[in-house]
Each structure stands twice: as C-alpha cells, then as structure tokens.
Design a protein around this ligand. Structure first.
Ligand code: SAH
Ligand code: F3S
Length: 447
C-alpha cells in the first residue's frame, strides 16, 4: 500500500509552493500519497515560518502533538523544513529529539535521499545549506489540480531590511533561468492552467539568465508569460518598491493579462521609520510610483504590508502612515505589530513604545483599511467584471463562484459546472460582504 504523507504548512505563499513541490517529489520517488489526516500518515512534514515570534512558537507546539503520534507508532518519520529549520538547524532536535529530518527551503529536493539514508542508518539527517538553484533541477514537473498555479521565479532576498529574517533563512536572491520558467509555465498551460502567480520575495528583482548569458528583467519576463497560449491572467507576489520601475509600469500599460491588482508592501509611511527599516526609499518615492501606475491603470487595486510599532515609531510616524494609506487609497493590507527577530539589526534598537499603544495603532489602521475594502467592493456594483470561474457556491445553491481581477469573490446564477476553469463576463448587482458580491447570469462565456 502507498505510504501516506501529511504536510502542515505555516507562513507565506512561498511555503505553500514548497509544500506542494515536496508532495510532488515524494509522490514521484516514493509513491507517497497526501493525506489530510495526520493520524494515518507515515511521514509528517512541518514547513515552518519564522517571520514573527508567534509563527515560530507554533512550531514546537505542533511538534509536541506529533510526538504523541510517534509514541503510538514509532515508525512514523517526522521532518521539519522551512525557515525555522533553516535558522535553528540541528538545534531543533536538541529541543525535540524525536524529529528525524531537518531541511531548509533550498534543500527540500534532497528529501528523498534524506529519507532513504534515515531508513538505512536510523540516524537524524540535517541539511539546511543553500545550494544555488539546484532545487529546481531536481524537482519533478508540477502536478496540476485546477486552473490556477504558482510558479517560483526566484528565491531568497538580498535587501536585508533591518527587521527581517528572510535573507538569513532563505539566502540571497537568486533567479531561475528564463527558459526554465517559461518551460514550466508552458507545461502548466498545456495541463489547463489559466492563471499563474509568479512567486518570489522580490519578483521585480528578477534577473533570469537567458541561454546566451544575457539577463531577462521582470518586465520582459511578464511580456513573455503573457505570450504563452492558454495563460490569460498573470499575478505576482511580492515586489519591492525600489525596483518598481518605469519598465514594469509600461507592462501595465500594454499587457491586459497582467491583473489590475498589485501587492506592493511599503511597511510604513514615515520617512524616519523607512530609513530605520533600511527600505531605501521615502514615502514620496513610493507615492510617485503609485501615481505613475494609476495613470496607466486607473482601476488598479493596491494592497500592502504594514509593520506597526517598529522601534522608535512616534505618534507622528504613525500619522504619516495613515496619511500614506489615505493618499494611496489601499484596498487591503496584511498588517502586524513589529516582532523582534534575533540576529537582525533592528533587534538591537531600543523599543520603548508600550504594547497597548501599538495595539491601538494597529486597530486604527485595520479599521481604516477595512472601510476602504468595503467602499471599493460597493463601488463595483453596476460594473461589468471578467471572472475566472472557481467552484460551486455552497452558500447560494444554483450559483457558481468566480474570482474578479481584484480578488473579490463573485456569486452568479448558473448551474453549469463545465464553466469551472473558464472566463465569464457578468454584471455586478450587489455586495454581500466587504469582499464578496453577487452578479447577473453570464453575459459572455469563453468558448
Ligand atoms: N519581500 C517582501 C516581504 C516579505 S516578508 C517585501 O519586500 O516587503 C512578509 C511581510 O512580513 C513583510 O512585508 C513585513 O510586513 C512582515 N514582516 C517581516 N518581518 C517582520 C517582523 N520582524 N515583524 C513584523 N512583521 C514582519
Ligand atoms: Fe524581508 Fe525586506 Fe527582503 S521585508 S524579504 S528583507 S525585501
């Protein structure tokens, strides 16, 4: 009988992507099948996140639960991957000696060998090194279920923002070769994928080598992806304001397949805080980029990440952030209170803002952005939207759900499940929550 694999994923979309590649890989080499039930799994993998303290704490509580499963069935293999593994390495096993494998984001392709070695020698395997790009050469072709796919185009980060662990856990920025990325997307398109999300910590820092040694920019890559037959929607995440250059804005002007939705993290609207964070730009620089972008895509929806309570953040700094939020008119945000990360430069800075004040600021910010989300959803009523049909609506029988370019969920009357994975045009009739809407029956269905 096929062995069962259970993967628990914490953190970002890069981790989600890595987890699905682990499943593909062990399916290929060991015939393993994914299960959603940890109790029946032969191999349990935890793909960890260390971006904030809370994320890191979750690792050992999860491992504690798995320890009981292993006590009942000692043959169970427990592996820890991702950013906590990368940072802690062998120290993981000091604290949790029942862990069998420790691997980093760049060594997950060595999982099959690690498993085999562990089976024959019954010793613990730790490999959290950073072999450049080797990972992608050893991964099988991605398996596809559905119409959307993630494609990693670069790994790591070399920006070294003062608060962030990513450059230490995932290593320096390294881009995949242009041909590999295009070939992977063409394969996905051949299997029915219609929407791709290009992934990386700073996708607009992409510098993928062509086979002749010249370098492909992110803007150029986007145009090539848009040229792949079958791919009709392109998203990407995450990009950095510094490299959000005119070439990239020009792609928005001439490439409609690139969605009118952009996640461009700014972290703060205060120049003093931005300098302390080592973001290397000002609030005005950011706003200028956004204005240029809106000039070519007036309907674009913009989201951001914010860090509240960075060491030394004053009331005025916070007000500057709120001002930027109003100037950009954000649609959505992922906002968190600053979390001190050991080994990062900001961890040395004095931090005397009381927790209560940070929590209040975060709440004010979140309330403001939630009002924006609702207002922008309401503003869609009466508009015509193109949806990628995703699934049957559970909430409204006889309806399907499609996703608009700006990521809103739209329910529309239609019983024909053959439309799933196709594009339709609908007229929006009403809002049913701050980010979901209802619409007419399809006015146009792609053939
Ligand atoms: N590459 C992206 C960010 C990746 S990390 C960029 O250019 O911004 C994802 C988000 O986690 C960051 O945008 C930041 O808002 C948040 N984050 C990172 N380190 C953090 C910390 N120490 N405390 C709180 N939030 C943090
Ligand atoms: Fe982190 Fe800054 Fe890179 S937030 S991922 S160091 S761009």
């Amino acid at each position: 009988m096929a062995k069962k694999l259970y993967i628990e994923t914490q953190g970002c979309q890069m981790n989600e992507y890595d987890s699905s590649r682990m499943a593909d890989l062990l399916g290929d080499t060991h015939g393993m099948e994914l299960t959603t039930n940890p109790e029946e799994a032969d191999v349990l993998l935890l793909n960890t996140c260390s971006i904030r303290e809370k994320a890191q704490e979750k690792v050992f509580s999860q491992l504690g639960r798995w320890r009981k499963l292993k006590a009942a069935r000692p043959e169970v293999v427990i592996g820890v991957g991702g950013c906590v593994a990368s940072q802690e390495g062998a120290a993981i096993q000091k604290r949790a000696p029942y862990v069998d494998l420790v691997f980093g984001p760049q060594t997950l392709h060595r999982l099959p060998q690690m498993l085999n070695a562990r089976d024959s020698k019954k010793i613990t395997m730790v490999d959290v090194s950073f072999p450049e790009n080797e990972k992608f050469d050893f991964l099988p072709e991605p398996r596809v279920d559905g119409y959307k796919a993630f494609v990693s185009i670069m790994e790591g980060c070399s920006k070294y923002c003062s608060f962030c662990v990513v450059p230490y856990t995932r290593g320096e920025e390294i881009s995949r070769p242009f041909d590999d990325v295009i070939a992977e997307i063409a394969v996905l398109a051949g299997k029915g994928v219609r929407e791709v999300t290009l992934l990386g910590q700073n996708v607009n820092g992409f510098r993928g080598p062509h086979h002749d040694g010249t370098i492909c920019s992110f803007a150029e890559l986007l145009r090539h992806v848009a040229g792949i037959p079958g791919i009709d929607r392109i998203r990407y995440t995450t990009s950095h304001p510094l490299e959000f250059n005119d070439d990239l804005i020009a792609v928005y002007a001439d490439t409609p397949k690139l969605v009118s939705h952009l996640h461009l993290p700014v972290q703060s609207g205060s120049n003093a805080v931005l300098a302390g964070m080592k973001r290397n730009h000002t609030a005005a620089d950011y706003l200028e980029r956004i204005r240029k972008l809106k000039a070519v895509r007036p309907d674009i929806h913009i989201s951001s990440d914010f860090i509240i309570g960075f060491p030394g953040e004053t009331e005025q700094d916070f007000m500057d952030t709120m001002q930027l939020i109003s100037d950009v008119d954000y649609d959505h945000s992922y906002s968190f209170i600053y979390s001190k990360r050991p080994g990062t430069p900001a961890a040395e800075l004095p931090d005397d803002t009381p927790d209560e004040v940070k929590k209040q600021r975060l709440q004010i910010l979140k309330d403001q952005i939630a009002r924006n989300t609702g207002r922008k959803t309401d503003a869609m009523i009466g508009s015509r939207q193109r949806l990628l049909v995703d699934r049957k609506s559970e909430r409204m029988p006889g309806h399907l759900i499609g996703i608009a370019e700006n990521t809103r969920w739209v329910h529309f009357p239609c019983a024909d499940e053959n439309l799933i994975g196709k594009f339709v045009d609908v007229d929006i009739t009403k809002a049913i929550s701050i980010n979901a809407l209802c619409a007419s029956a399809p006015l146009w269905i792609e053939s």
